[in-house]
Structure formats: C-alpha cells, structure tokens
Design a binder for this molecule. Structure first.
Ligand SMILES: [Ca+2]
Ligand SMILES: [Ca+2]
Ligand SMILES: [Ca+2]
Length: 177
C-alpha cells in the first residue's frame, strides 16, 4: 500500500480511536456517541441517546467483522491499515452508505432535530456538521443540496434522497460544487 493510503488509514483510525489508547474497540464507538450527546446536553439514557449509542455499537460490530482479523475484540492500527490496503483503490476506507452507517446517521439526525418535529433546519444542520469540524459554509452548501424544495427544513427522507443523488460525502463533508 502506498504511503498516502497509509496516511489516510491512520487519519481515520485516529479519528475513530475516541479514547486515544491506540486500538479501536466497542468503547470508542460508545464514547463517540456519548460525546455527541453531551454536546447537545442530552443524556445517554434518553430515547434518542440510547438509539444513537445502539446504532454506534452496531456499526462497531460491522467494522469488527470486517477488520478485526484475530477476533480479539480490538482493531489494531496494523489490522486497520491492512484492511484499507485490501480495499479497491477508489475506496478510502471511510465508512459510506452501509445500512449500519445509515442507521448511525439517522440516529444523529434525530439528535440534531432538537425540537423533535422530524425536521432539521439549517442552523441545526450546521451545528450537527460542526461537531465533525465541517465549516459552516460547507454545511450550508450541503444543506441547500438536501433542501431541494428550499423550504428551509429537511426530513430524513430528504436526506436519503439527496444521499442517493449526490453521494454521502457531499452531504456530510464537502459539496463538490
Ligand atoms: Ca481506543
Ligand atoms: Ca484484533
Ligand atoms: Ca426540528
């Protein structure tokens, strides 16, 4: 694997290693959900909180199945690099539209929908993406892609339709235009 792909693999690995102990485990995925909830002032035992934690743990299990070669319940950096190296060159190893990933995004969407009316407005969307370090300008541009009828609010259906049309990357990180 080229050094560039190793660097990308390491970058994602470090991002997923929430507690920074150098291995990925279920704890990292739980902690990641809990941090997100904390930034919303939401308890881990609230219905939305529990749903987000469960979705994250399901994503961990899927990831472990693919990557944890020795099945010791931990993904080492070496295991992660090897997995990324085994992927087609076009795939960075960044999780994309698997059912588990979509379930996590749906749970995050529900958390971002603070007033629980099923709709996320631009401000809530910008705040959601800001948790991932996405600049407000990029998030606003993504929001415009998703809010195709421009009424200032998006439903989960709008989100999945737009993901289908533009790709998740454009909605979550950087729109390409
Ligand atoms: Ca860890
Ligand atoms: Ca392992
Ligand atoms: Ca709302």
């Amino acid at each position: 694997m080229g050094t560039e792909r190793v660097a990308v693999a390491d970058l994602i690995f470090d991002r997923l290693d929430t507690n920074g102990d150098g291995v990925l485990a279920a704890d990292d995925y739980r902690a990641s959900a809990e941090r997100k909830l904390q930034s919303y002032g939401m308890g881990p035992n609230s219905p939305k909180g529990r749903a987000l934690i469960e979705a994250n743990l399901a994503m961990w299990q899927q990831q472990a199945q693919l990557v944890d070669r020795d099945h010791d319940g931990r993904i080492t950096r070496e295991e992660y690099r090897r997995w990324v190296g085994s992927l087609p060159a076009s795939d960075s190893g960044s999780p994309s539209g698997t059912p588990e990933v979509m379930a996590v995004l749906h749970a995050q969407f529900n958390v971002a929908d603070r007033d629980g009316d099923g709709l996320v407005d631009c401000r809530d969307f910008v705040a959601w993406r800001g948790l991932k370090g996405v600049p407000a300008k990029s998030a606003e541009a993504s929001f415009e892609l998703i809010d195709s009828d421009a009424d200032g609010a998006i439903s989960w259906n709008d989100f999945t339709d737009a993901a289908h049309q533009h790709g998740l990357e454009a909605l979550l990180y950087t729109p390409s235009h």
